[in-house]
Design a protein around this ligand. Structure first.
Ligand code: DX5
Ligand code: ZN
Length: 221
């Protein structure tokens, strides 16, 4: 299985000092930056776009940036995120008219591709495109907001996807997003996840100038 990665979701960071917040979590041991893009259309919230991704790169962030697109339509924003320095670009199958085309577009732009599954979205969307994804992201909350509770049914879904990936022999990361905290991360890992998004479980835990305030969850892995 792949090395475990901790992916702080900057949705819960202080946007007035985003560069410092990201520096702090990376210094504390986080591996990749989870970047939640919401459009007030596909989900009922509005967040950040390619300009902010580019600003993090200009600030000096070299860690992978994991762009989670909760936007519809999805294709036209992909080249902008590639140019802005995205490493992974993941999207929800419900937001794309042509899933295969969108996956090819992401890889064609030089990024790693991924599909995101809401709690009630069936895994059948993977049936014909497994060889075109670098990451599968399972939502353990309904998308749109940080700070929600983990939906336990995601554990069975994780086990099913873990088996699917292992049986395929493909190099695909299995990411979980929503309600991941210090007290459930071990159980989530045991169900098969290897990439752990956490927003409210990591940010806002203490003084933003002290990298050690992020140790509680990052220190688990
Ligand atoms: C929700 C986002 C998540 C969210 C996670 O739509 O995709 O990344 O920020 O936040 P927590 O860890 O607080 O559930
Ligand atoms: Zn997310």
């Amino acid at each position: 299985m792949a090395v475990d990665l901790i992916a702080p979701s900057i949705l819960s960071a202080d946007f007035a000092k985003l560069g410092q917040e990201v520096d702090n979590v990376l210094a504390a041991g986080a591996d990749i930056v989870h970047f939640d893009v919401m459009d007030n259309h596909y989900v009922p919230n509005l967040t950040i776009g390619p300009l902010v991704c580019e600003a993090l790169r200009k600030h000096g962030v070299t860690a992978p940036i994991d762009v989670h697109l909760m936007v519809k339509p999805v294709d036209r924003i992909i080249p902008d995120f590639a140019k802005a320095g995205a490493t992974y670009i993941t999207f929800h199958p419900e937001a794309s008219e042509h899933i295969d085309r969108t996956l090819q577009l992401i890889r064609g732009e030089g990024c790693k591709s991924g599909l995101v599954f809401n709690p009630a979205t069936p895994l059948s969307h993977l049936d014909y495109v497994l060889d075109k994804v670098d990451m599968i992201l399972l939502m353990s909350v309904n998308p749109g907001f940080g700070g929600q509770s983990f939906i336990p049914g995601a554990l069975d879904k994780l086990r099913a996807v873990r088996k699917m990936i292992d049986d395929s022999g493909l190099d695909i990361r299995l990411e979980i997003d929503g309600g991941v905290k210090v007290d459930n991360i071990a159980e989530i890992k045991a169900a098969g996840a290897d990439t752990f998004v956490s927003g409210s479980g990591i940010f806002g835990k203490g003084k933003d100038s002290d990298p050690h305030c992020y140790d509680s969850i990052i220190g688990q892995m």
